[in-house]
Design a protein around this ligand. Structure first.
Ligand SMILES: *[C@@H]1O[C@H](CO)[C@@H](O)[C@H](O)[C@H]1NC(C)=O
Ligand SMILES: *[C@@H]1O[C@H](CO)[C@@H](O)[C@H](O)[C@H]1NC(C)=O
Ligand SMILES: *[C@@H]1O[C@H](CO)[C@@H](O)[C@H](O)[C@H]1NC(C)=O
Ligand SMILES: *[C@@H]1O[C@H](CO)[C@@H](O)[C@H](O)[C@H]1NC(C)=O
Ligand SMILES: *[C@@H]1O[C@H](CO)[C@@H](O)[C@H](O)[C@H]1NC(C)=O
Ligand SMILES: *[C@@H]1O[C@H](CO)[C@@H](O)[C@H](O)[C@H]1NC(C)=O
Ligand SMILES: *[C@@H]1O[C@H](CO)[C@@H](O)[C@H](O)[C@H]1NC(C)=O
Length: 798
């Protein structure tokens, strides 16, 4: 009897000790503080942890600082999701603990001098409270005897991270707003200059991004029922559900995950972009997508004062001429609010007194810029007068003149340079610099001017000679309608000739945003396809891209350019005619002839060979940038030809990457496009993988057929590959002749091509070898981004 009496409390104690050893607690109560040294709360699902951690807040500052915060427990690199004391980091976390203070609030208690260093400062009605770290990553302080009486929660005090389940909005009763404030730099967690918050106008709920609480540079637009108008990708089709709630007490936007196991967050980055971020176990890194605003330079003053932001060069922030970086250390940590400093001070006094011969300030013309803010308009009859009045004012830093005179008296913020580099008189900013600054380059400039003049004269003479030759030749062939052969077999056609050949552009083969394609016949009865570029804005760029890429190369799997016409404003390209049109007609449209397996496999291999040639065999690597079934044409015997090089990019051999604006077609875009980093030829590999899946299965990866009941095709394919049973997904229209070994091989290739991380994808050369059966590959891992975006695996699909 007595033995059993004793055994109950003993085993009870053992149980308590065992649970506290095995799993970290998720609760703090009055008697159970969290120790600064080694203490940690872990949410029940193991996803989040709370505790003290240290961070170096600057690369050269010697001692790390301590923060109390919540981080992602399953992610190896410590990534804070919330920080309690971002304004007041602790010098030493090991002597502190997180307690429930006498008034029931959460507090950081410093043991050596018994002081409170941080408190949740809520109006508690009892001091009998507990704090629990929930599965969502929310730390909630509530009445210990009534968990629905909540006094404070970390979700109401977000730092730079908006976790699924948190609310971005406003409490209409108290006026409290829930928003984000970026970190100061990539190490220092103290509040930075960018903020994300609901619009102050409560009649019109929008989410805004602002700089220094004063300049709004991006807005989400109105709620459209399922998403905000400027962020349609948040419609919750793939990764999460979104919701906007508005009632008497509050209005807020929230989102939550379709699959709780995905580790993701929405963050307002130090560079002013708000982004969705997803942890990829496969590549062991955070993957960014859906940045807002889309372009880095649209984040207001992202480079700081006296800088120029350009989208097309890396680094995108550069000092203006005559300026250098103020603090290299801050700059490298991503905090560029300091901007750049003037190298040589202005000689304002001497220019003001008008002493001739003395050093005066001069202006440096910056072309193609979008002007800084806060211009002051003054009366001036001419550009010269405008410049003079700027020189006369010691506080004038720059001027511009386009009908009216604008001057800038404050530091120049948010200057963007356009990327196409064509000189135009619009958008010239005259930057005031000390004369010494320009003197050094003036000598050089004179040299350059002389060279340019010489080159121009030479070019003019050559052009004259060519025109003379051309005119004489045309006179000779006047009635023969022979186009002139310029180089490498490419002909220059006259517009009239092409209009005649296409019977006044009567037989249209297709069209797109670029313009239209027409069928035609040349006098020697060659059948041609004539592409007429109509889009006024892009046409010159695309015309040149196409001429310079496809014009110089020839390969059986690349469409052959026969010639072009460049007359006045007319831009046309002439190709060999493809009787079987484009691949998408055969794959997705009932009108096209269904392709048998053997043909499909040959097409897949042909496209791979064409791309491998572009990437690896040309003088410069050519990235096509828009591989999709519409751009793969089929000749009479179904040999595939890659077409439409209007978006192609050249990458010099000694570089492997190029930074460019996003181009291509949704559904075939590699994730790195979306995250805005420099791209490589692996973007084509990704698109090829997507196209290959469509070739194999004869249906679109996504589109109208897609609904939330069926899993995204690429994800299904990887699942079936892992189960060793891809045949069950095959197109019914192919009847027989399916070579199961080839199907398996092609599926593996496709899935290796669509891996999240570029380095995991195959090269096009490897794709060719594998499809030819020369080398073998293993079953690929699941591409995590795709899986997450498509809402996870679905085992109910047979
Ligand atoms: C709560 O407050 C009462 C009196 O205000 C005090 O006696 C008691 O110790 C407090 N309890 C805790 C857990 O701090
Ligand atoms: C207690 O120590 C901390 C850290 O050493 C310090 O920040 C704080 O000011 C001190 N408080 C008092 C009341 O001395
Ligand atoms: C706490 O109550 C006081 C007085 O009623 C009020 O002024 C204050 O805003 C409240 N604080 C919070 C965080 O609700
Ligand atoms: C628990 O707290 C809620 C919210 O303050 C309150 O409405 C409810 O009556 C409380 N329940 C009990 C049993 O005290
Ligand atoms: C931000 O605004 C404050 C006051 O509104 C101003 O004092 C400060 O200089 C501004 N910061 C920058 C970097 O311009
Ligand atoms: C360059 O950009 C300017 C302004 O956007 C535009 O007017 C001009 O046509 C562009 N030039 C080319 C060659 O694209
Ligand atoms: C969620 O994703 C994981 C892998 O990330 C997967 O194993 C699990 O089955 C998914 N759950 C659901 C309900 O889709």
């Amino acid at each position: 009897m007595p033995s059993s009496y004793i055994s109950i409390p003993v085993s009870f104690c053992i149980l308590i000790i065992a649970t506290s050893l095995c799993s970290a607690a998720d609760t703090i109560s009055a008697g159970q503080p969290l120790a600064g040294r080694g203490g940690k709360l872990v949410s029940k699902n193991g996803k989040f942890a709370l505790g003290f951690f240290q961070r170096w807040t600057g690369s050269r500052s010697s001692t790390p600082k301590w923060y109390l915060g919540i981080w992602f427990n399953t992610v190896p690199e410590l990534t804070p999701a919330w920080v309690a004391n971002r304004e007041n980091p602790l010098p030493d976390g090991t002597s502190s603990e997180l307690i429930i203070s006498d008034d029931g609030n959460l507090a950081i208690f410093n043991r050596p001098n018994r002081s409170i260093l941080w408190s949740s400062q809520a109006n508690t009605t009892t001091n009998n409270t507990i704090a629990v770290l929930l599965n969502s990553g929310d730390l909630v302080l509530s009445d210990a005897s009534n968990s629905t009486a909540i006094f404070w929660r970390s979700f109401d005090h977000m730092t730079d991270t908006f976790l699924p389940g948190a609310r971005m909005g406003r409490n209409k009763v108290t006026g409290w707003t829930h928003g984000l404030v970026s970190n100061k730099n990539s190490h220092d967690l103290s509040p930075g200059i960018y903020s994300g918050h609901p619009s102050p106008d409560s009649a019109n709920f929008e989410l805004l991004l602002s700089w220094n609480s004063s300049v709004t540079y991006w807005s989400s637009g109105q709620w459209e029922g399922q998403y905000f108008s400027n962020m349609p990708e948040m419609s919750g089709r793939y990764l999460f559900f979104s919701e906007f709630v508005s009632n008497d007490r509050e209005e807020y936007y929230t989102y939550w995950l379709k699959n709780e196991t995905v580790v993701t967050r929405y963050v307002l980055d130090v560079d002013g972009q708000a982004k969705m971020v997803l942890w990829s176990d496969a590549s062991a890194e955070w993957i960014f997508f859906y940045p807002k605003p889309d372009a880095q330079c649209e984040a207001y003053a992202v480079c700081g004062p006296f800088t120029v932001c350009r989208e097309d060069v890396l680094p995108f922030c550069n000092c203006m001429k005559g300026f250098s970086i103020r603090s290299q250390e801050d700059w490298e940590l991503g905090d560029r609010t300091g901007g750049c400093n003037r190298n040589i001070p202005l000689n304002c006094a001497s220019s003001n007194s008008g002493i001739s011969g003395g050093l005066t300030d001069m202006f440096y013309a910056m072309r193609n810029v979008i002007y800084p803010d806060n211009a002051k308009h003054i009366e001036a009859g001419s550009a010269e007068e405008c410049g003079k009045s700027c020189l006369g004012d010691c506080s004038c830093y720059a001027y511009s003149y386009s009908g009216k005179c604008s001057v800038w008296n404050s530091q120049l913020l948010n200057v963007l340079q356009r990327y196409n580099g064509s000189a135009s008189d619009e958008g010239i900013l005259y930057l005031r610099l000390a004369a010494e600054e320009l003197k050094t380059s003036k000598h050089k400039r004179r040299m350059i001017v002389r060279l340019v003049i010489a080159a121009t004269i030479f070019a003019a003479l050559s052009l004259f000679a060519i025109i003379c030759m051309f005119v004489r030749r045309r006179k000779r062939q006047h009635s023969s309608m022979e186009p002139s052969n310029i180089r490498g077999g490419i002909m220059a056609f006259g517009y009239k000739d092409l209009r005649h050949a296409t019977k006044n552009f009567s037989e249209k083969l297709g069209g797109g945003s670029f313009g239209s394609v027409f069928k035609g016949v040349l006098p020697d009865s060659t059948v041609i396809a004539v592409k007429r570029l109509d889009g006024a804005r892009q046409e010159e760029k695309e015309f040149r891209a196409e001429l310079s890429s496809i014009g110089m190369i020839q390969h059986i799997n690349l469409v052959k350019l026969i010639g072009f016409c460049c007359q006045g404003s007319k831009r046309l390209l002439v190709y060999e005619y493809m009787p079987n049109h484009s691949l998408d007609a055969h794959l997705f449209q009932s009108s096209g002839m269904p392709l048998c397996w053997g043909t499909r496999y040959k097409i897949a291999l042909g496209v791979a060979r064409g791309l491998a040639y572009l990437h690896e065999n040309c003088q410069d690597c050519i990235i096509h940038c828009d591989i999709k079934p519409q751009n793969i044409l089929l000749d009479a015997s179904f040999v595939p030809k890659i077409a439409d090089f209007g978006m192609a990019k050249f990458v010099r051999r000694d570089f492997s990457r190029v930074i460019t604006t996003m181009r291509g077609t949704m559904g075939y875009l590699a994730p790195e496009w979306i995250s805005g980093v420099a791209i490589s030829s692996k973007v084509d590999v990704y698109s090829y993988g997507m196209v290959l899946l469509e070739i194999i299965f004869g249906r679109r990866n996504s589109g109208e057929e897609y609904n939330s009941d069926s899993t995204y095709l690429p994800v299904q394919v990887v699942n079936k590959l892992l189960q060793g049973n891809v045949q069950c997904l095959m197109d019914q229209s192919m009847h027989d002749g399916i070579n199961l070994e080839e199907v398996e091989r092609a599926c593996r290739v496709a899935c290796w091509c669509i891996q999240d991380h570029e380095s995991h994808r195959l090269t096009m050369g490897e794709v060719v070898w594998i499809l030819e059966g020369l080398i073998k590959v293993d079953v690929p891992p699941m591409p995590k981004v795709l899986e997450a975006i498509s809402g996870g695996t679905d085992s109910t699909i047979a």
